[in-house]
Write a new protein. Structure first.
Length: 368
């Protein structure tokens, strides 16, 4: 057995023990996936498709930003451009930042480090995100007490093991508002909360280096400069305020819904980690499959826009493979799931996944 709680250089962290003594599923799956890349003589990291997409998204975001500052336009057009900017920034997060922070954007570490900082350009912090996402979420998806993505809060009950309060009866309604303000809260509240406490949910962050301290404060200062001070100077306080709100609403809704549809849906499995070590009978890879779900796998535009995160099962099994390859290896993953008696959770369309998510949130909002 492997105790994952002892492998992440954190303290005060609950232990989750997976039964990895007989890893038949993942070992055979990895062998065939590796063979796929060898047979096609391609790298597991990003390719020209990803690099072109990254260039298109970044250039589009900069063009919209400069247009809003220097071009005269009707207020309605400006608002629509701000909404579009929010969508584009979210897509940069999905495609560029997400792959880079997983080390799958490029074979070169320094390239991944640079493009990983695109998260800082969106207002977040790559160092904190890697701890929250790569270490906690990917190691312990949908494990209450470990996975910060489903962390308990007074507003949302995202797991059956979490404490219920009467307000949760309406969470499937007001959760839309929570998602809408999520990116704003992330940039201005949650990052600072994690930074000063040096803790993500129940897990303490090991010592933050001087370099990361400097990057944190410098990038937050640059965010204020480029997203607040410069726009206010050129377009005025009122125009900036409405544009900033619209940008964050579209960005927040896009980010939150995309990630929620991957885990907080009816088919996904949930676990609880407490003070005592949590023993999970499945191997680590089997838990990844049980706690994730794909959506709209045949929607070409959606797959392009969300950076392959609609193939969440493949991503959780192979986070260091770039998303541009997920649609190609998904038949292999599905075959091995069937052969090993594991579910391959998937919604045919995004609308199906959205309905499942809100239905589950309504269920979790009911008094136990």
């Amino acid at each position: 057995m492997t105790i994952f709680g002892n492998t992440t250089n954190v303290s005060s962290m609950p232990k989750v023990i997976f039964n990895n003594r007989n890893r038949v599923f993942f070992d055979s799956l990895k062998t065939e996936v590796d063979q796929y890349f060898q047979n096609h003589k391609i790298n597991k990291t990003g390719n020209a498709e990803l690099f072109i997409k990254a260039a298109v998204l970044i250039i589009t975001a900069v063009t919209i930003y400069l247009s809003l500052l220097f071009l005269s336009m009707p207020s309605v057009v400006a608002i629509l451009l701000c909404v579009l900017l929010g969508f584009v920034l979210a897509s940069i997060g999905f495609n560029v930042m997400h792959d880079a922070c997983h080390g799958s954007f490029s074979e070169k570490k320094w390239v991944n480090e640079i493009f990983g900082l695109s998260l800082n350009a969106l207002g977040g912090n790559a160092f904190l995100w890697k701890f929250k996402h790569n270490i906690l979420h990917h190691s312990y998806p949908n494990i209450d007490g470990m996975d910060d993505d489903i962390a308990k809060s007074p507003l949302m009950r995202q797991a059956p093991t979490q404490k219920w309060v009467p307000a949760h009866k309406f969470q499937h309604i007001y959760v839309v508002l929570v998602y809408a303000i999520s990116s704003f809260a992330w940039v201005f509240i949650m990052d600072f909360n994690k930074y000063f406490k040096q803790k993500v949910y129940t897990s303490e962050i090991h010592k933050i280096s001087l370099k990361e301290h400097i990057i944190f404060w410098l990038s937050k200062a640059l965010y204020v400069l480029f997203y607040i001070l410069i726009p206010v100077y050129f377009v005025g306080w009122n125009a900036w305020m409405w544009g900033f709100i619209c940008m964050h609403i579209s960005m927040g809704l896009t980010l939150a819904l995309t990630f929620q549809l991957a885990h907080v849906v009816e088919e996904a499995e949930f676990q609880l980690a407490g003070v005592e070590p949590k023993h999970i009978e499945s191997e680590w890879a089997a838990h990844q499959v049980k706690s994730t779900s794909n959506f709209a796998p045949k929607n070409i535009f959606l797959n392009w826009f969300v950076g392959g995160l609609n193939f969440q099962v493949e991503h959780h099994l192979f986070p260091r493979i770039s998303h541009v390859h997920y649609r190609h290896i998904s038949p292999i993953v599905r075959k091995h799931c069937v052969e090993n008696g594991l579910p391959y959770n998937q919604h045919k369309t995004m609308s199906e996944a959205i309905v499942s998510h809100f239905r589950l949130m309504k269920h979790f909002g009911s008094k136990p």
